[in-house]
Write a protein that binds this ligand. Sequence first.
Ligand SMILES: Nc1ncnc2c1ncn2[C@@H]1O[C@H](COP(=O)(O)OP(=O)(O)O)[C@@H](O)[C@H]1O
Ligand SMILES: CC(=O)N[C@@H](CCC(=O)OP(=O)(O)O)C(=O)O
Length: 258
Amino acid sequence: MEKLNIVKIGGNIVENETALSAFTNVFANLKGKKILVHGGGKIASKLASDLGIEAKMVNGRRITDLETLKIVTMVYAGLTNKSIVALLQANHCDAIGLSGADGNTIRTIKRPVKEIDYGFAGDMTPTSIHNKRIQSLLELGLCPVFSAITHNGEGQLLNTNADTIASALAVGLASNYDISLIYCFEKRGVLKDIEDEGSVITQINRTHYSMLKEQGIIADGMIPKLDNAFDAISKGVKKVIIKHANDLTDEQAGTTIF
Ligand SMILES: Nc1ncnc2c1ncn2[C@@H]1O[C@H](COP(=O)(O)OP(=O)(O)O)[C@@H](O)[C@H]1O
Ligand SMILES: CC(=O)N[C@@H](CCC(=O)OP(=O)(O)O)C(=O)O
């Protein structure tokens, strides 16, 4: 099977001009078929605060009311997505920026209200990913760049966690490609001690993860990231790695999920 790299970059890289420029340069030069997924949560929270709207997060997920949905759509599917595409184009990577509504590439359902009402948050279903459409973009030689905005097929935009989008794309395309799913962020990998960049856990399985979560060593945004990573591995994705954005091409770097 042909190889496909699906790379996700987090908010700390996206909001840092120098880091983003260095990352897009390296990503643009990756050989073969590739997809980029980006977050931008920090920029959205800052803009919301500037506009007098308080960002509300529960378990690493944003509560997305109607006003917040407008902000995240402007930030993720607008400025952030187009800036990244322009940087990739400047590096001779033929990128095309997408929300899930574009080409109906990712259709989600509004998260049902249980104990918490997450508002306009979109959840994946087994048929969310339009693999044929995405495959045809890849066959055209384009590099799809996905923002964290999806749609429900009935005119409603929805906010979907970017780690989840990357994992769902990898699972959805796993029958067509030999996939490496790479989560890039601002640390060297999953760390035993969050203050020590030298304490990278090189390999992690579910049992080890549960133990470290119980001990509070793995916390915050790393929990949904690892949940998505294990979900991908259990559903046929060959390789899932969490690493520093500067280490994208370093095969030895980061934490491998198994
Ligand atoms: N054991 C750990 N190792 C590395 N990062 C961790 C760990 N526990 C918690 N974290 C936190 O998880 C964050 C990554 O999640 P998140 O902020 O959602 O990143 P992103 O925007 O890249 O998806 C890191 O910035 C770090 O603060
Ligand atoms: C529903 C939900 O939580 N969506 C995320 C989407 C952006 C994201 O995932 O950004 P990072 O990768 O930078 O965290 C949010 O609005 O924060």
